[in-house]
Design a protein around this ligand. Structure first.
Ligand SMILES: C[S@@+](CC[C@H](N)C(=O)[O-])C[C@H]1O[C@@H](n2cnc3c(N)ncnc32)[C@H](O)[C@@H]1O
Length: 276
């Protein structure tokens, strides 16, 4: 823990919760921010969620709310996830962001809206070539919000794995301080993707893993390919590749587990790369 003693940290957590209960949202924000700034709390997820809730109550939503207003019905990211994610970006001052899996580009639009509000930052995001034919597609969403200058979408032929490999091969070294991994949830793709992301991530960089409890056995898409599924053992069908990345791989690479947000569908896992 940096800076604060455990007891003082607990007092701050209680004070932030009490301020929120009283509806003193400004006070709740300042206590949560003090906690995040002065201490390496075990699980900062509650602080990110607390700040995002307080800002919603105060109507301090900026362009992020505009994305919901214009594209509320577009899959996938919803507004409450967007607020927590953008608070993580703000609190960690992330400026060079990477996203794996953008689909229609809704999460990309939320991230871009947050960067536009901050006034700096850029997102590189990767999906498959077929994402061009989605309606709306990422380019249409970003154009219509005036956010295209904040995002470079990359359309991969087979997988983000190869696009990440090309970045590593260009020799420019680590270049991102944030990565949202929300595509290709199998152990092979997520686990290897995470190793490649690690090679591109700066010390202290943040990773958010989506769909912690996804497995092939419960995947409607995998069930449509029964011959492929039949080749696997039962334990591989039930393996949670994203959770294995969080629990097995990330600690091995020295990452700090910042906590989970289980209430988000299949859940998020937050990680931070070691600073040294
Ligand atoms: C759940 S969607 C992403 C949703 C988006 N992040 C949002 O919240 O609005 C997952 C996307 O990952 C993409 N994807 C899956 N495996 C991939 C891979 N190996 N390489 C690139 N994209 C992949 C899919 O094409 C799909 O569009």
């Amino acid at each position: 823990m940096a800076g604060l003693s455990g007891r003082k940290e607990n007092r701050l957590i209680e004070a932030a919760r009490a301020a929120a209960e009283k509806g003193d949202w400004q006070e709740a924000i300042s206590v949560w921010e003090k906690l995040l700034k002065e201490s390496e709390v075990d699980s900062p997820v509650e602080a990110y969620r607390g700040i995002s809730k307080a800002k919603r109550k105060l109507g301090q939503l900026g362009r992020v709310a505009e994305v919901s207003k214009r594209f509320g019905d577009v899959p996938h990211m919803n507004e409450s996830r967007a607020h927590v994610m953008t608070e993580i970006i703000r609190q960690n001052r992330c400026q060079r962001l990477l996203e794996l899996g953008f689909a229609h580009g809704k999460s990309s639009a939320y991230i871009a809206a947050c960067l536009e509000d901050i006034g700096e930052g850029h997102l590189t995001t990767i999906d498959l070539e077929k994402a061009r034919s989605r309606e709306p597609n990422i380019e249409q969403m970003l154009d219509s919000m005036g956010l295209s200058h904040r995002v470079e979408p990359i359309f991969a032929q087979k997988s983000y794995i190869w696009e990440l490999t090309r970045m590593i091969q260009d020799g420019a070294g680590p270049r991102f301080d944030f990565c949202y991994i929300d595509g290709g949830h199998t152990w092979e793709v997520t686990g290897f993707g995470f190793v490649l992301v690690d090679m591109l991530l700066e010390p202290g960089g943040i990773v958010i893993l989506d769909d912690m409890d996804w497995c092939l056995a419960n995947s409607p898409a995998a069930k449509r390919k029964p011959a492929k599924l039949a080749k696997l053992s039962n334990d591989e069908k039930n393996a949670k590749g994203v959770r294995m990345t969080y629990e097995l791989l990330a600690p091995q690479l020295g990452y700090r587990q910042l906590g989970e947000k289980p209430e988000f569908g299949f859940g998020w896992g937050l990680l931070q790369k070691p600073r040294h």
